[in-house]
Design a protein around this ligand. Sequence first.
Ligand SMILES: NC(=O)c1ccc[n+]([C@@H]2O[C@H](COP(=O)([O-])OP(=O)(O)OC[C@H]3O[C@@H](n4cnc5c(N)ncnc54)[C@H](O)[C@@H]3O)[C@@H](O)[C@H]2O)c1
Ligand SMILES: [Zn+2]
Length: 359
Amino acid sequence: MRRVPVRAASGAYDVIVGPGLLEEGAILPELPGAEKAFLVTDATVGPLYVEPLSRTLAGAGLATVTLTVAPGEPSKSLATAEALYQQLAVQEAHRDDPLFALGGGVVGDLAGFVAATYMRGVPLVQVPTTLTAQVDAAIGGKTGINLARGKNLVGAYHQPRAVIADVATLATLPEPEFRSGLGEVAKYGFALDPGVLDILEASLGAILARDPSVLEDLVARCAAAKAAVVSEDERDAGRRLVLNYGHTLGHALERIDAFRGRSHGEAVALGMAFAARLAADLGVGPVDLVGRHRRVLASLGLPHGTQGVATEQVLEAMRMDKKYRGGVRFVLLEAAGRPRIVADVPEDAVARAMEGLRA
Ligand SMILES: NC(=O)c1ccc[n+]([C@@H]2O[C@H](COP(=O)([O-])OP(=O)(O)OC[C@H]3O[C@@H](n4cnc5c(N)ncnc54)[C@H](O)[C@@H]3O)[C@@H](O)[C@H]2O)c1
Ligand SMILES: [Zn+2]
């Protein structure tokens, strides 16, 4: 078991990582005054993991009430949040009663937002069950819901009392979700901590087989990278931008049809391969880092070439970005673990790098 401290301006807590944590009462954070725990989960995760978590909470003297939402991004809505508020009110949730967000990033963002706003804030414990949520979404206090006009348009910062990342839960994660999470894992490796790349390269087979002890290493290391960034800069300015490595192109790809059906992690993977090519073209980063991107991403079954993606469509999607100002801002790497923000990258450089990545 590993503990990774997060020291954000608005709260200090630990990310606890290991197999079997759902059954470990000893790792629960202190929840003074709590009588009931509200487990917010989705209809896929609930049947798998509510029971062991409820048993553990009962052992700690907490009665549990389970609130289940439909799986998937549409649940990150005001309507679902309202349904949860109503149920909390009917069940007479008290201001000391915690919400436990048991599930992926959808449940984490939704339950986090409800915890941030119900009675102006009740305690939150994140219990992430996807790789993406264990290394990213559950850490840092960002919560939110979507509107029809865009993702995460309504939200709040609300730090959890603890993040309990039971890596044994990853055993049941569907392959595409697991692979998507590996895209974010590779992001930490390239942008922040090359030690993560070393684990990916040295223990590939064990990772793909979801060996719990290697996953514990990998998740703890990524959690530490995210924790370091949010401990330095809780809000979006400056430092937190480096977490967007691969995301400028990634978000553009997510907006175009040619990439429909691909996961977020796949979009980010291609975004990173692209950023490496762009960095080499602009003389910001070394050419051999392009090859390392290709090798690592290919070994994880993630995309790293732009074949089938039209450059003009990508440029159009980038122009729709709210941060677009006649040029595009990218996180580029001078070396693995050495990110640099480069603003106003001209469109012709973007087009050239897109062409350079056609295999
Ligand atoms: N707050 C943040 O900082 C932050 C960061 C990154 C992403 N996010 C948000 O996270 C969301 C994506 O999260 P996600 O990728 O975890 O997707 P998700 O929550 O939709 O989960 C993916 C699918 O896997 C299922 N699932 C979850 N855990 C499982 C398990 N252990 N076994 C079997 N099935 C399981 C879920 O039911 C769901 O169908 C997005 O809404 C994104 O905006 C937030
Ligand atoms: Zn991401």
